[in-house]
Write a protein that binds this ligand. Structure first.
Ligand code: BGC
Length: 359
């Protein structure tokens, strides 16, 4: 007879070494729930390195693109699993004006600034601690005044909590001592058939958005909120990602596929359903709910098989897709867009829930 079993499994979080970044030790946290779902995240970049979820037969697969070891994350890669900030997405011409001053940022994407610059939040080791009473982890870091050209010392907290309803609850919080733009997101590339299973073109997607923000050639919004009606951007009914991805329209050409921000319907302070993704063969589903006004849907158009991921997988074009909850791109230069400016005394709060299931 063995030791007495606890009445119910306790929420589980474990911590292990994951190499080091420029001499700083990196750790991996593993979150699990009672349905066999397992999420791993590392202290480098608060990067989500794997998400293991069952299919309709109970077969578990890792549905997040990424690397097996820290070395992969230290070499240039397109933000696999990354926590992106201080400003996720693009800022046009890598500059913005605020309170009568012009701030110059790194032009790390053609003429534009992308995902926080040369060394964004995804390239720092964060402090981390398990969240008591949950299968969760809280990451914190201080972004100094002037980091990557942004004003203000920003105190950031991001938490990942895995629930027994197979939700990963992502909460972002930040405060500043000077006015600054803030726009944080999670850049996981999903492939619900498995991270090495090929393209995402057969996934079926629904986005609850009547409008999107059309872009110019360098992917900066024109400022117009355009209807999705009659365009390849209409995902109000479940549609295969690949059905119109090479349509002969200017927007699809500019994005080389989907690489656009949708204006989510509804609003409010609690997360509402923004998107639903279904992989018909495995039956795996993902529902994304958020408090954010926008969703960047990116189909991995710039992947080209040169990045060797987990288990040596060559991540080919469109082998993963991102559903990045966010404020609209280039908001600091677009007065008509919802503001992204955080002021001293205020608190930036954002919440996104990924709910995994089967159909
Ligand atoms: C952007 C893409 C970019 C990718 C990787 C996405 O959020 O919209 O244009 O290539 O991130 O950097």
């Amino acid at each position: 007879m063995g030791a007495e079993q606890p009445a119910a499994a306790q929420p589980a979080v474990t911590r292990q070494p994951f190499g080091s970044a420029a001499g700083t030790p990196v750790e991996v946290y593993t979150l699990t729930n009672r349905h066999g779902v397992e999420v791993r995240a590392i202290t480098y970049g608060a990067i989500i390195t794997s998400i293991r979820v069952p299919d309709r037969k109970g077969v578990i697969a890792d549905v997040a693109l990424g690397f097996d070891s820290i070395e992969g994350y230290l070499t240039p890669h397109p933000y696999f699993g990354a926590l992106v900030g201080r400003y996720a997405n693009r800022i046009g011409n890598a500059r913005f004006a605020l309170d009568g001053r012009t701030y110059l940022l790194a032009a790390n994407n053609g003429p534009n600034h992308l995902h926080g610059g040369v060394r964004g939040f995804d390239k720092y080791v964060w402090a981390a601690e398990p969240i008591a009473g949950a299968s969760g982890i809280a990451f914190t870091r201080t972004s100094r005044d002037g980091e990557e050209g942004y004003p203000g010392r920003l105190e950031v907290r991001v938490s990942y909590v895995l629930t027994d309803a197979s939700e990963l609850v992502i909460e972002y919080q930040a405060t500043t001592d000077r006015a600054t733009p803030v726009n944080l997101t999670q850049h996981t590339y999903f492939n619900l058939a498995g991270h090495a299973a090929g393209t995402i073109l057969d996934h079926e997607l629904t986005i609850d958005a009547d409008r999107f923000t059309p872009v110019g050639e360098s992917l900066i919004p024109t400022g117009v909120l355009a209807t999705v009606e009659g365009t390849p951007m209409d995902f109000r009914r479940a549609t295969k990602v690949g059905a119109r991805i090479d349509a002969d329209t200017e927007q699809i050409r500019f994005g080389r596929g989907y690489d656009h921000n949708w204006v989510l319907n509804g609003g409010g302070t609690s997360p509402r359903l923004a998107a639903r993704l279904v992989e018909p063969a495995s039956g795996r589903t993902l529902e994304v709910s958020t408090t954010e006004p926008g969703l960047q849907f990116y189909t991995g158009n710039f992947l080209d098989g040169t990045v060797k991921g987990k288990g040596g997988a060559a991540y080919a074009r469109r082998s993963g897709l991102c559903l990045e909850t966010q404020h609209f791109p280039d908001s600091p230069n677009q007065p008509a867009f919802p503001t992204t400016i955080l002021k001293p005394g205020g608190t930036y709060r954002s919440k996104t829930v990924w709910r995994f299931g089967v159909s």
